[in-house]
Design a protein. Structure first.
Length: 188
């Protein structure tokens, strides 16, 4: 275990840290850990408290196992030695998640998890991955991701739409407050 030698956060930095931590939802984190446990087939403490989420996921091994269950051999080597190798596990997970289809805004930076900077973003990433896997028919997490529903209109329908007078959509030329002198100064 590493010794925390960082300087305590003060001022705006502390405010920012507290704002990020206030977004953290214990219930969501617990759901995420339960989904990981079910998916990788390993029993572990799924309590959603920050410290437990950090301790369970910090080394990145469970995240790599999760990604390998979703996409076999997507992370061929999972490290278990020193700190830099453990950080590499987390980095490989986020790269594999991006390759799977998650956007940059849905993933997290390695320090968000490894240094416990933004566990809320880590949980959001797991939920985003859970939504994506539902498209492949696997048991996912959270609501199912919607599919594109593009509509095409015939040229006749478009022409009919262009013939509708725009004032029929709603009347906005009604009463206004222009010309009212209530509250203004009295000129003498």
């Amino acid at each position: 275990m590493s010794v925390n030698t960082s300087v305590p956060k003060l001022g705006l930095t502390d405010d920012t840290k507290q704002k990020i931590q206030s977004k953290y939802d214990v219930g969501q984190a617990q759901e995420a850990l339960q989904w990981i446990s079910q998916t990788i087939g390993e029993e572990f403490d799924t309590n959603g408290e920050m410290d437990n989420v950090y301790n369970q996921l910090r080394d990145g091994r469970k995240l790599c196992q999760l990604m390998n269950k979703i996409v076999p051999n997507s992370i061929p080597k999972v490290n278990s030695e020193n700190n830099f190798k453990l950080m590499e596990n987390i980095s490989r997970f986020t790269q594999a998640a991006r390759s799977y289809g998650l956007s940059d805004s849905e993933t997290f930076q390695t320090v968000d998890l490894y240094e416990k900077m933004n566990l809320h973003q880590v949980v959001l990433c797991i939920f985003a991955l859970g939504r994506k896997v539902q498209k492949q028919g696997m048991q996912g997490l959270g609501p199912k991701e919607s599919e594109k529903n593009q509509r095409t209109f015939s040229p006749e329908t478009i022409i009919q739409g262009n013939t509708v007078v725009s004032t029929q959509y709603g009347y906005n030329k009604g009463a206004t407050q222009s010309g009212i002198s209530f509250g203004s100064t009295r000129h003498m």
